[in-house]
Design a protein around this ligand. Structure first.
Ligand code: THU
Length: 131
């Protein structure tokens, strides 16, 4: 991984520390580098009314959009219980990432001890687009 990837990975791991996972105990952090180099983070925010909980990726995307970012260059997702472990974006978040991704977008996910880069096409083949 390049230093650039390490920066966004570190930001995702740090955002994970802020997660509000009061019900599942499963903490997730996400960090995005947008097309202007801006860094945006999010974490999961759960709720006593379970379906209202939001994913880390959703929060990071909202932060990017609110800051004016429109394209995801890189997104790293860090999840796990007590300690960091492999975590892949849920189906809904794959679609949300896809909205702001292109063929060059890197999705960085932990795979055992290694971080691996995925394309959104590999994670979400035939994602929905409006005709
Ligand atoms: N979660 C995320 O934040 N991102 C994902 O891609 C998968 C799941 C959160 C939602 C919930 O707060 C917890 O992980 C357990 O499902």
């Amino acid at each position: 991984m390049t230093n650039n990837n390490q920066t966004v990975i570190d930001a995702a791991i740090e955002a994970r520390d802020a997660a509000y996972a009061a019900y599942s105990g499963y903490r997730v952090g996400a960090a995005i580098v947008d097309d202007t180099g801006g860094l945006h983070v999010g974490c999961n925010v759960e709720n006593a009314s379970y379906p209202l909980g939001t994913c880390a990726e959703t929060g990071a995307i909202a932060a990017m959009v609110a800051a004016g970012g429109r394209r995801i260059r890189t997104i790293a997702v860090a999840g796990g219980g007590e300690t960091l472990s492999d975590c892949v974006p849920c189906g809904g978040c794959r679609q949300r990432i896809s909205e702001f991704a292109d063929g060059d977008t890197r999705v960085l996910l932990l795979d055992g001890k290694e971080w691996r880069a995925w394309s959104i096409e590999a994670l979400l083949p035939k994602g929905f687009t409006l005709p």
